[in-house]
Design a protein around this ligand. Structure first.
Ligand SMILES: *Cc1c(COP(=O)(O)O)cnc(C)c1O
Length: 452
C-alpha cells in the first residue's frame, strides 16, 4: 500500500488521504479476487495507480447532472420540471453564499417573517388578501387540510380523486392530513345536490381538485365553481381549490390552450387556491396558498408549517420568478417555461433541418436521421389533453431491429450531458422543443463522444 501511495502525493493532496487509501484498498481487493479466480491481471504500478485515480475521479462526479430534455414534455417531473429564469438563478446566487434578511426586518431591526418577502407579490398577482408558501403543492394541500379539517370531513367529487405521479393521491394525502374524505357524485357526473347532501355539522370545507393529468369526456357534469362557492358560504365553510399547475396569465393570448388563472378562481368564489411553483408558473419547487386572510393566518400558525417551509434559496428564486409576472408582455422571452411552450413548429422544424446533417455525420452510416412532425406535451399535469405541434429528429437504424436503437438511446444517456429522448415506432425521437438555440453547439459537439 505504501509503495502505491508514495507515488500518489498529488492525488492525496487533491482528494484527501482517506479517500485515496480507501479507493486503493478497493482496487487491490478487486485485483486479489481476479488473481484468485485465475484471471490474468497486469500488475503494473502505474496502471494500478491510474485505475485508482480514475475511481477517485468517477466518485467525485456529481450524481445530479444536467441533461438535454428532448422528450417533448416541457415540464417533465422526472427531469426537474421548470427550467428557472436567469433572474431566478441570479437571485439564488445572491442569497446562497452569505447572510441575508430572510427573517429579519431591516426597517425595525428585529425578527421578521420569511413569508413577508413574497406575500404582497402573490396578492398583487392573484388578487388574494393573504398568502403563504411551502415546499410544494402536495405540502400546500396537506397543510391546508391539516389546519382547516383535522378530524373532520371533506367532500370531494369522485371524478376528482386524482393520482399524480404515483406518490400523490388525493385520498391518501387526505388521510395523512387527518381529515376524512367523503366521496360525492360519480366518476363522470357530480351535481350540486351531491355536495349539499354530504354536508353536515362535521364537514370542514369543500374542496375541488383540478384533474390535472386526465380529462373525463362524454356524459359528464361538474359543478361550476361559483355554485360550489355559494354552497360553501351558505354552509359557513371554506371552499378550497387545488389548482395544480398554478397559472397566473391569459395563456390564450400567447397562443396556448386556456387554463383558469388563480385570480379568476378566487373571483369565482374560492376562499383559498393552492398551486405549484414549478409547473406552469415556471419557478422553483414550491407550493402557494393564497386567499382569505383569516384562513391563511391559521395555516401559518400550524406547527407543521415549520416542517414544510421554504428555504432562502427557493424563496429568492420564487420571488424573482413572480417579479417577472409584473411584466406579462415579456414573459414569453424572460420565463423559460413559456419561452419553450410558445416556440412555433416552424421554428423548431427549421432547427431540426439545421441540425440533421450534423447529427447524421456524428452517428455514422449505421443510422438514418430525418426530420418528422411530433406533438410536444406541456407535462406535469398541466393541460393534459392539449398537445403542441413540434418537430423532432427521428433516428432509425439502417439495418432495422430494436437492438441498435436501444443501444443508441443508452449511449445518448451516457454522454457527459445525457440526452434523453424517447423510443417510438422503431425510431429514437429527439423532440427539439426544449433544445434552446444557445445550447445547440454543445449538443452537437458532445455527440463526437458517443461510444461505438
Ligand atoms: C401537481 C399537483 C399536485 C402536487 O403538486 P407538487 O407541487 O408536485 O407537490 C397536487 N394537486 C394537483 C391537482 C396537481 O396537479
Amino acid at each position: 500500500m505504501s509503495v502505491i501511495l508514495d507515488h500518489m502525493q498529488w492525488d492525496v493532496a487533491r482528494w484527501g488521504h482517506d479517500a485515496v487509501t480507501s479507493s486503493a484498498r478497493a482496487h487491490l481487493k478487486a485485483l486479489r479476487a481476479a488473481i484468485e479466480s485465475g484471471e490474468s491481471v497486469a500488475l503494473d504500478l502505474s496502471i494500478i495507480q491510474q485505475t485508482i485515480r480514475d475511481g477517485l475521479t468517477d466518485a467525485s462526479q456529481p450524481a445530479l447532472k444536467s441533461v438535454f430534455n428532448l422528450t417533448g414534455i416541457v415540464l417533465h417531473s422526472n427531469l426537474g420540471r421548470a427550467n428557472l429564469a436567469d433572474a431566478a438563478i441570479d437571485a439564488m446566487n445572491r442569497v446562497a453564499g452569505g447572510a441575508n434578511n430572510l427573517e429579519y426586518d431591516l426597517e425595525r431591526g428585529q425578527r421578521g417573517d420569511r413569508d413577508s418577502h413574497i406575500e404582497s407579490l402573490i396578492c398583487e398577482l392573484t388578487g388574494a388578501e393573504a398568502a403563504t408558501v411551502v415546499n410544494n403543492n402536495a405540502a400546500a394541500v396537506l397543510l391546508t387540510l391539516n389546519t382547516l379539517a383535522l378530524g373532520k370531513k371533506v367532500p370531494v367529487s369522485r371524478g376528482e380523486l386524482v393520482e399524480i405521479g404515483g406518490s400523490f393521491r388525493v385520498p391518501d394525502i387526505m388521510g395523512r392530513s387527518g381529515c376524512s374524505l367523503v366521496e360525492v357524485g360519480t366518476t363522470n357526473r357530480t351535481h350540486l345536490k351531491d355536495y349539499a347532501n354530504a354536508i353536515d355539522s362535521d364537514t370542514a370545507l369543500l374542496m375541488r381538485v383540478h384533474t390535472s393529468n386526465y380529462r373525463i369526456e362524454g356524459f359528464t357534469n361538474t359543478v361550476p365553481e361559483p355554485e360550489l362557492a355559494a354552497l360553501a358560504e351558505q354552509s359557513k365553510i371554506p371552499f378550497v381549490v387545488d389548482m395544480g399547475c398554478g397559472n397566473l396569465i391569459d395563456l390564450k393570448a400567447l397562443g396556448l390552450p386556456h387554463e383558469a388563472t388563480a385570480r379568476q378562481t378566487l373571483e369565482q368564489g374560492a376562499h383559498l387556491v393552492l398551486f405549484s411553483g414549478d409547473k406552469l408558473l415556471g419557478g422553483p419547487q414550491a407550493g402557494v396558498i393564497a386567499g382569505r386572510s383569516d384562513l391563511v393566518a391559521s395555516i401559518k400558525q400550524n406547527p407543521l408549517k415549520r416542517a414544510l417551509r421554504l428555504d432562502k434559496v427557493t424563496l429568492a428564486a420564487l420571488e424573482a420568478t413572480l417579479q417577472l409576472y409584473r411584466n406579462p408582455d415579456k414573459l414569453a422571452s424572460t420565463l423559460p417555461t413559456l419561452r419553450l411552450l410558445t416556440r412555433t413548429e416552424a421554428d423548431i422544424r427549421e432547427q431540426a433541418h439545421r441540425l440533421a446533417p450534423n447529427v447524421t455525420a456524428k452517428l455514422g452510416d449505421q443510422y438514418r436521421v430525418e426530420t418528422v412532425s411530433v406533438s410536444s406535451q406541456i407535462g406535469s399535469g398541466a393541460l393534459p389533453v392539449e398537445v403542441l405541434p413540434s418537430a423532432a429528429l427521428s433516428i432509425k437504424a439502417v439495418n432495422g431491429g430494436d437492438e441498435p436503437l436501444r443501444s443508441l438511446a443508452e449511449r445518448l444517456r451516457q454522454l457527459p450531458k445525457p440526452v434523453i429522448g424517447r423510443l417510438h415506432n422503431g425510431a429514437v425521437l429527439l423532440d427539439l422543443r426544449c433544445l434552446e438555440p444557445i445550447h445547440e453547439d454543445a449538443f452537437i459537439e458532445q455527440l463526437a463522444e458517443l461510444t461505438q
